[in-house]
Ligand binder design. Sequence first.
Ligand code: ASP
Length: 321
Amino acid sequence: MSASAETAILKTSHLLGIEGLSIEEIVGLLDLADTYVALNRAAEKKSALLKGRTLINLFFEASTRTQSSFELAGKRLGADVLNMSVRTSSVTKGETLLDTAATLNAMRPDILVVRHYDSGAAELLARKLDCSVVNAGDGSHEHPTQALLDALTIRRRRGSFEGLIVAICGDVLHSRVARSNIHLLAKLGARVRLIAPKTLLPSDAERFGVEIFTDMRKGLAGVDIVMMLRLQLERMTGAFVPSTREYFRFYGLDREKLALAKPGALVMHPGPMNRGVEIDSTVADDIEVSLIQEQVEMGVAMRMAVLDALARGLARGGRNT
Ligand code: ASP
């Protein structure tokens, strides 16, 4: 596959969030990712598209799916991939984000994939560095590739977003996945509902143009897709829920609550899951309704599409010097 000479998909040389993307850019990435799903299902999964390019994964927060799928995506496209482990780097000696990134930048990577606990970290790096920057999650702000892979999963199952009702349930307040999905689903024509206790909803949730429910049983009525969120205890500074047991009773997705959604409704979760807190294993592991493993598969394909799209920009203009 040689995409470098093909048309541009992204207008900028970075992927920082969904908010700034046009519908055409999003659909372009979804279409491209579909081709990578097919490649990943073939015996020979390797392309030389990014041969000679260097990709650095710089993760300041824990990650299983995102980091490994960017690594696999880069390798399947032929790039040299470096995983920078913050736990063993000079960050633990007090080096700042910008100093660390400037050091890596001097090694002339083409693409830097960054996850950081501060909202806006990826954007800051994009302004300071001369490689392409991909936001792999910045605080509770955005996680664009998660929303894109979720959209790919939904589109492959349901064909289109028009008229689809998607409920995003749980810890919306701390979730970058929720924010990116709200932007993306609205752009593609889906109806979004947020279902959460008041304490876990942003105070300005209405501005997203979504329907809001604090009663999960009422909120699930007529829903096509139930997207569960992890209770992000590491971002909580006080008591946001009385107890995880209580939380499960009112907001945990189990068979009984799922039965209130539209017949045939599908369940998603970005992972990692807190079983018995926001989701019950009987739902999470039921392949008839759960898309959770499919989301992981789509994650590799979507990250390949994103790297491909950025590589087209590199082929046009070289590094952003
Ligand atoms: N893995 C996702 C993220 O990094 C969701 C989560 O951690 O709950 O935002």
